[in-house]
Unconditional design. Structure first.
Length: 122
């Protein structure tokens, strides 16, 4: 689907203790597969930082992918943190109550992770 690819892209950066995923575009039924694939491609690290500052739409399909990624990262002993979500995305996170489950950080707020043993990658 080229139309979905034109509307959405993801960048992945891997460091020693953190994986940074930056999503740009719309996360909806047409693009959620690429979003999910990027989250699943992230190697196990203590912290998965998900930058949603470039995302203007987060549909129910995107919310489901975000919850699944959160559960997967937690099962590996890590933590997923949403960083700088667009105001529209912030409203979705608040409306769904996801902001109570997944930490959301704005600006340069430091992200601290409780050290845990990472489970082996499957």
């Amino acid at each position: 689907m080229t139309q979905g690819q034109d509307r959405f892209h993801v960048r992945l950066r891997v460091a020693d203790d953190v994986v940074e995923v930056r999503a740009v575009g719309e996360i909806d039924i047409a693009t959620v597969g690429a979003f999910r694939a990027a989250l699943w491609a992230a190697p196990a690290r203590p912290l998965l930082r998900l930058d949603l500052s470039g995302v203007q739409v987060l549909s129910a399909a995107g919310v489901r992918a975000l919850v699944a990624a959160h559960l997967r990262v937690r099962a590996r002993g890590g933590e997923l943190v949403v960083v700088d979500p667009d105001p529209v995305v912030t409203r979705v996170l608040r409306a769904t109550g996801l902001h109570r489950i997944i930490p959301v950080r704005h600006g340069d707020a430091a992200v601290e992770v409780t050290p845990r043993r990472l489970a082996a990658c499957a």
